[in-house]
Design a protein around this ligand. Structure first.
Ligand code: FRU
Length: 488
């Protein structure tokens, strides 16, 4: 009997996985098992375990017909890779199984995703459509539903796009299922549609929760909608953002639309819009709620604007560390999940030492660590941390207290196809010092400034031999340094 496309993908990833060098993979971040990975999908808890699916094309180092890959974890940090769960090929998803979400329902794990249909017309041109579909399974094997597609763009307000209608995010509240999905209205700008259902199969269109009016990018991809503190957050990933100082960078971005939600009227009132992460590599985040009530978010730690992973690695695409979200004084705060603390070993600590010029510190080197710095502002002209440092390579994180900015710059990281290689963000120092927590995991640096009030996620694919850390201070800096290894 001929293999199905899913069986073929599973067989391929089995053989290829054995050829992969585990030394060339992140240690505590979820990453592509083989081939290409983009958005996190179906980030959910099923039978007390965290499941993470992802947009997946196992056969190449670039995007292709989208499958869903799969891994799971008990603690957000130690990921077990499982066989892929979906391949494209049905009439309703022949071009790809695009992004979506998951929910536990009556003992089953239900996936709600976008099926992309490509149809060849008589004149040879192609017509595309996007529809929403479902599948259910047991945490290992999933079956697409016979009733697919479950939502088509016919249900949207008149004039909405039939081509851009994707990335459903599902949740349950008071016995009713809801989902938000990205779409475009008549003038081409992004809008987020809300649907409701009693059984996850029959869906009723409710309303447009918010619409970008061509202000924050164009198409709004991968929406997520959830309560946080007293507010509701609509987190979405706009394509084609325009730059606005340091507030928003151009290209693909992620925004947090904070507002009030009247559940009864299903009316969302926007109060403010901010960026979620100021780094080079952060897109398509998705969140879940843990049993103990934490809102945890994960994102693709790469960007469509820069695909710089070296092909020799055999994989492209990793996720951020999952982050706990909180609203503090009306601001979104992100911190690495507390479970990461269980993997911290061998503390090296320097208390209030004085640094000036270029120097390294005994015991502070490597490419996998949880590093905290508390830098007193007094006397600092500029403070620069070189990571992945060697004679040949360096990547820098520079604090300029006068400008109140922090810059990540990977110009020297050794990548030859890297065009957009630096980003800056505002950092404040209300109490006269800057606090940075920097997570390094071989090919990434996630920077949480001031307790997670400003965050920057970045990939850098410098050869692993470059594992130096160098401090470079203009002026004088009083610094407390804490470094833990992360050991699994
Ligand atoms: C976002 C995205 C989604 C889409 C998927 C396709 O990165 O463009 O909108 O579902 O990737 O792989």
């Amino acid at each position: 009997m001929e293999m199905t496309r899913l069986e073929r993908a599973r067989a391929y990833e089995r053989t290829k996985k054995e050829e992969m060098n585990p030394q060339w993979k992140p240690v505590y971040h979820a990453a592509a098992p083989v081939g290409w990975v983009n958005d996190p999908n179906g980030f959910s808890i099923y039978q007390d375990e965290v499941h993470l699916f992802f947009q997946y094309y196992p056969y190449d180092m670039s995007w292709g017909p989208m499958h869903w890959g799969h891994c799971k974890s008990k603690d957000f940090i130690d990921w077990e890779y499982l066989p892929a769960v979906m391949a494209p090929g049905e009439a309703y998803d022949n071009f790809g199984c695009f992004s979506g979400s998951a929910i536990e329902s009556e003992g089953e794990h239900v996936l709600i995703y976008t099926g992309v249909i490509e149809e060849e017309l008589e004149d040879g041109s192609k017509k595309m459509a996007q529809v929403q579909c479902g599948a259910s399974g047991d945490g290992l094997n999933y079956r697409k539903w016979d009733c697919n597609p479950i939502i088509t763009s016919d249900s949207l307000p008149e004039g909405s796009s039939t081509v851009d209608f994707r990335d459903p995010k599902v949740w349950k509240k008071d016995g009713v299922y809801y989902l938000v999905v990205g779409s475009r209205n008549r003038d081409g700008s992004g809008q987020i549609a809300l649907y409701q259902s009693k059984d996850l199969r029959a869906w009723e269109y409710c309303t447009i929760l918010d619409c970008c009016n061509n202000e924050y990018g164009k198409m709004w991809e991968c929406p997520d909608f959830f309560p946080l503190g007293e507010k509701y957050l609509l987190v979405t990933s706009p394509q084609d953002m325009r730059e606005e100082g340091l507030k928003f960078h151009k290209g693909n971005g992620v925004i947090c639309v904070m507002g009030d939600y009247d559940e009864k009227e299903k009316k969302f009132t926007r109060k403010k819009v901010t960026a979620v992460d100021y780094g080079l590599d952060f897109y398509a985040p998705q969140s879940l709620e843990t049993k103990d009530g934490r809102r945890v978010m994960i994102a693709w730690m790469q960007s469509w604007d820069a695909n710089i992973a070296p092909k020799e690695l055999g994989w492209v695409g990793m996720m951020t560390v999952p982050r706990e979200l909180e609203l503090v004084d009306g601001e979104l705060v992100q911190r690495p999940v507390r479970e990461l603390n269980d993997y911290r070993k061998d503390l090296v600590r320097y208390e209030k030492i004085e640094l000036s010029g270029r120097q390294s510190l005994e015991g502070i080197s490597g490419r996998v660590m949880d590093l905290s710095l508390e830098i007193e502002e007094d006397g600092v002209e500029s403070f620069c941390l070189h990571i992945g440092h060697s004679e040949e390579y360096t990547t820098t994180i520079t604090w300029n207290p006068k400008e109140a900015t922090l810059e990540f710059d990977r110009n020297g990281s050794g990548m030859v196809r890297d065009v957009v290689c630096s980003r800056k963000m505002w950092v404040d120092t209300a109490d006269g010092r800057l606090h940075l927590r920097i997570l390094l995991d071989r090919f990434s640096a996630e920077i949480f400034a001031n307790g997670g009030r400003q965050v920057m996620s970045n990939a850098f694919y410098t050869p692993l031999e470059a594992d130096g850390i160098l401090f470079e201070v203009n002026g004088k800096a009083k610094v407390t340094v804490e470094k833990y290894d992360i050991v699994k």
